[in-house]
Design a binder for this molecule. Sequence first.
Ligand code: URA
Length: 206
Amino acid sequence: MTLHVLGHPLANKILTDLRDKSTPATRFRELGKQLTYFLLIEATRGLKTKLKNIETPLADFDGTDLGQSIVVVPILRAGLIMLQPAIDILQDVSIGYIGMERDETTALARTYYCKLPNLNDKFVVVIDPMLATGHSAELALETVLQQNPSDVVMVSMIAAPEGVRHLENLFPDVPIYTAAVDERLDEHKFIFPGLGDFGDRAYDTN
Ligand code: URA
């Protein structure tokens, strides 16, 4: 099973406030940050670890260190809202950027910018808050997978069933982490009921 849906009551409350159209941009960004913490904790559960011996004030202790490096790849522009919480929580990360534009009539994605660090053997976390048709995620995952990472996970706040099916068919080994799978895509390929245009709500544009 590659789909993981957070079922945490706090995450669901945050997501409800994000969906609420009366939530202003400043609060929306803060809520987006909070929800990202929940998602990333789940999405990185499979990180390899190694032994780290330290001394507590009382004794020798065999503790834990990370056994692999992490790369976070936000899909611009909405994914940027999830970047700072990723840096906060994952700490020693390298960052790659993939800029995607959606043609509003065809809803097809196009890459206009791509700058990635070395992904070989890395644990790569692709972040984009809205997994709608899955076309942007498809292009991003294709690009990332070409560089032989050891693990790739896709992290979104809300997914549409159509986007989930699309990615599951193309990338059965890439787990998807999300806080909700909504009803469907609407005629404009927006997630329904969703939360509207994530970038516009976060950056107060239209
Ligand atoms: N992107 C968004 O911001 N919202 C959607 O509903 C779908 C894609």
